[in-house]
Write a protein that binds this ligand. Structure first.
Ligand code: SF4
Length: 302
């Protein structure tokens, strides 16, 4: 099975102890069956430590410790599992994160999810045009080819030089004969506050947006054009690929544009003192990693 990745993919490397929002804190780590089998055969004290950290209620997973830390995350921010046994000892979820996959019949598209701060920086700081390493049209079925070619057309519009991104967004919408709901930032924040939320900081940011006096429909500001272009393309790459019907494709495009605009406008609020990548990271963790939240946003579009 061929793997296709964006051209920035290889630039990603986990920054481990330098990470401010480690994925080893606060996320349940389910253990796949092959890894569980390996862990059951580990010898010595470390083997005992690994087995005592596994909870077998429901899907086997590592029991998080104080502050919801993974039991193998040490005080230096390093993973004891890697220190003791090497990277190959990690279970699939740890070895894979923050990668995501979209499956096609004869190939798999893989990307890096921006809920990871380093992946987010790689995506937003990319200055090259979006290309897919390993891409070959023949590796897609005819129906898939139509979809990926349409996605590429949208990416080409997003990358058109010398036009503000808000205009490029409108052209992308015209291409699929759709439009965005005419809602202000405050109205969108009111809706986002009804979604499932994890982090109090995210709630606070949305509340600032709710109190915003902007009355005009949400659109992309004229600042940070290149990172916001990359963000739009990231959401498109991740969510358009699995949209098989025309309606789902319109919804995926609107989701991509809305997501980039929400990040941009929340970052532009006077109360905001966070870098753009941090708002984008939080958005991804709160929205993209909840299928329920993504479905509720998709349902806002016709
Ligand atoms: S969030 Fe990303 S950079 Fe941070 S520890 Fe996880 S994979 Fe590494």
């Amino acid at each position: 099975m061929k793997t296709v990745v964006p051209n920035y993919y290889k630039k990603f490397h986990c920054i481990a102890e330098k990470c401010q929002h480690s994925c080893c804190i606060g996320w349940e780590i389910d253990i796949d069956s092959a890894s569980l089998e390996r862990y059951n055969k580990l010898e010595g004290d470390f083997g005992k430590r690994v087995r005592s950290a596994i909870c077998h209620h429901g899907v086997p997973h590592f029991e998080l410790g104080e502050g919801e830390r993974c039991p193998f995350l040490n005080d230096s921010g390093l993973c004891d599992m890697i220190v003791e046994l090497g990277e190959q000892s990690l279970c699939n979820i740890c070895a894979d994160h923050p990668r995501f996959r979209n499956f096609f019949e004869r190939c798999t598209e893989m990307g890096i999810g921006i809920c990871c701060e380093e992946a987010c920086r790689v995506v937003l700081e990319n200055t090259e045009k979006f290309q897919l390493d390993g891409f070959c049209l023949e590796n897609y079925t005819p129906a898939e080819q139509k979809r990926v070619l349409l996605r590429q057309k949208l990416v080409d519009v997003a990358e058109t030089a010398n036009a503000p991104l808000s205009q490029r967004h409108n052209k992308m919408l015209q291409l699929l004969h759709c439009s965005m709901p005419q809602k202000s930032l405050a109205n969108w924040c009111k809706f986002y506050l009804t979604l499932e939320r994890l982090d109090d900081n995210w709630t606070q940011i949305l509340q600032h947006g709710l109190a915003s006096l902007q009355k005009q429909p949400l659109a992309c500001p004229n600042t940070n054009q290149l990172p916001l272009q990359q963000l739009t393309i990231y959401f498109l790459f991740r969510h358009f690929s699995t949209a098989t019907t025309a309606k789902q494709q319109r919804q995926a495009l609107c989701f991509a544009i809305l997501s980039a605009n929400m990040v941009a406008n929340l970052h532009a609020l006077p109360q905001s003192n966070l870098p753009l990548w941090e708002i984008a990271r939080m958005y991804s963790a709160e929205i993209e990693y909840s299928t329920q939240n993504v479905a509720r946003i998709f349902a806002q579009f016709k």
